[in-house]
Design a protein around this ligand. Structure first.
Ligand code: KIV
Ligand code: ZN
Length: 512
């Protein structure tokens, strides 16, 4: 019997820390449901003490998700741990993940604490966490850049206090595979009670090596938990990518000799959902989930794959959830077929009214677009006018005029707290004119730091999916909108970003 590698997903905590990726409670719950369908072992649902919103999101997820362990991050102090335990009270299986920095740099410059004080605080935190839950994970933040002797003392002490998982973060993405693997191995060999805990790896991708480092931590170091995120989402260059770790361990089982409990057919739906919710577009050549990951352009490759698939393919597209871009529904499809397709795609709508709203959006779309693909349905499910949340701004209608040699003009009607208003403007192009028309009314003063358009299903007949990133007063938010008309998609994305800008409370960052 081979051992199982524990997949700890932190999309909703470390992934969400990426500027602009913050999610609402409902968005987090929807992603948590998809992670449960994906059968990840542990879902790190958030950092309960960081804000009321995060507390409520962790609580909602803990109350609903029953198949995965639900975890909350907590700094190594009683208040954070107590709030984490309160938020997790409804969980079938709860884990508290407490952390404190152990590198000389972080202790001296950030915490302004001596190593002895850090050691004491780590012990106390784990001791208290164990009085609240049986499953306690401890992370020495910036662990990989910490002094080995000191780290061994800290880890031995927290295991003695009852930590059940020891996670060694490469917080700043400084590690290289062989050295990181050796680091974990040395720790496990030197800490006398190391066999009393499961060892975990947590790697950031600053040098593009998060997946390689994590795999080395598993293979060389003997770690049996990997912390990762869907699409590698995360601060700066991101975290270790879940889909790459899972498919590497599965595809090269001959080498790693481990099993994973993940249902890989749910990988692509999870990737689409995270990308559409956060507005972080997946690059086409991204391993496993990129649009080109299974596309063969060269004639030689196509010919080979047609004759024998394994000439050029090491994984099957359908095994990771690519449904070959099928035409799934059209204008004549009924509500039941639509509902069934939502279910097949793993989209759970909480109420009949949400399904009705989605179905009427689907009908509107089918009137304008003959072929509706899975990707269209996924985009529709993330549409803010479909989701139950009451948003401040919503698009009603848009008209624009553009002609060669003329300056484009746009008029946008939208709601502000349920009341209709109209903005008008000209602009460099129809998108610019439309967003300026909205801004002429809202006067947010936000700076646009990113605008991108992506064809959801490839051709010019497809819906355009637009991401708008706004920055204002130190906050960064992403808005996403989809429509066959990219000017309309842009207006939806802009309004969605404004909704986020105006509704989110400030949060405490985990690595502050
Ligand atoms: O990267 C890191 O150090 C973290 C810890 C909070 C576990 O995310
Ligand atoms: Zn991290």
């Amino acid at each position: 019997m081979s051992e199982q590698l524990i997949i700890f997903d932190t999309t909703l905590r470390d992934g969400e820390q990426s500027p602009g990726a913050s999610m609402t409670k409902d968005e987090k719950l929807r992603i948590a449901r998809q992670l449960e369908r994906l059968k990840v072992d542990v879902i790190e649902a958030g950092f309960a003490a960081s804000s009321n919103g995060d507390f409520e999101a962790v609580k909602a997820i803990a109350d609903v998700i029953k198949d995965s362990t639900i975890c909350s991050l907590a700094r190594a102090n009683d208040r954070d741990i107590s709030l984490a335990a309160d938020a997790l009270a409804g969980a079938a299986r709860a884990r508290i993940h407490t952390f404190i920095a152990t590198s000389a740099l972080h202790m001296e410059k950030k915490l302004r604490m001596t190593p002895e004080q850090v050691l004491e605080q780590a012990k106390q935190a784990v001791r208290y966490a164990r009085t609240r839950v049986a499953d306690v994970e401890f992370s020495p933040e910036d662990g990989y850049r910490s002094d080995m002797d000191f780290l061994c003392r800290v880890v031995e002490a927290v295991i003695a206090e009852g930590a059940t998982t020891i996670n060694i973060p490469d917080t700043v993405g400084y590690a290289v595979p062989e050295l990181y693997g050796q680091f974990i191995k040395t720790l496990r060999e030197r800490v006398p009670n190391s066999d009393k805990a499961i060892w975990s790896v947590h790697c950031h991708n600053d040098l593009g090596m998060a997946v390689a480092n994590s795999l080395a931590g598993v293979k060389i170091g003997g770690a049996r938990q990997v912390e990762c995120t869907i699409n590698g989402l995360g601060e700066r260059a991101g975290n270790c990518s879940l889909e790459e770790i899972v498919m590497a361990v599965k595809t090269r089982r001959d080498y790693f000799g481990l099993t994973v409990g993940v249902d890989t057919t749910q990988i692509v739906p999870a990737s689409r959902m995270v990308s559409q919710t956060t507005g972080f577009v997946v690059q086409p050549n991204k391993a496993v989930v990129g649009a080109n990951a299974f596309a063969h352009a060269s004639g030689i490759h196509q010919d080979g794959v047609l004759k024998a698939r394994d000439t050029y393919e090491i994984m099957r597209a359908e095994d990771v959830g690519w449904s070959a871009n099928k035409i799934v529904l059209g204008k004549l499809s009924g509500r039941n077929a639509f509902k069934q397709r939502l279910q097949d795609l793993g989209i759970q709508m909480d109420s009949e009214s949400e399904i009705n709203a989605a179905f009427s959006k689907f009908k509107e779309l089918a009137d304008r677009k003959a072929e509706i693909f899975d990707e269209d349905i996924l985009a529709l499910a993330s549409d803010e006018s479909v989701t139950a949340e009451k948003e401040q701004y919503g698009l009603v209608s848009l008209s624009q005029r553009s002609e060669t040699g003329e300056r484009p003009q746009a008029a946008v009607v939208f709601t502000v707290d349920g009341k209709e208003v109209k903005g008008e403007s000209d602009g460099n192009g129809p998108v610019d004119a439309s967003l300026k028309a909205i801004e002429s009314h809202v006067k947010s003063g936000a700076e646009m730091v990113l605008y991108s358009v992506n064809a959801i299903s490839g051709s010019t007949e497809s819906q355009g999916e637009v991401t708008v990133r706004l920055q204002h007063g130190g906050r960064v938010v992403n808005g996403v909108g989809a429509d066959p008309d990219i000017v309309v998609a842009s207006a939806k994305a802009y309004l969605s970003a404004l909704n986020k800008l105006h509704s989110k409370a400030d949060r405490v960052a985990a690595q502050g």
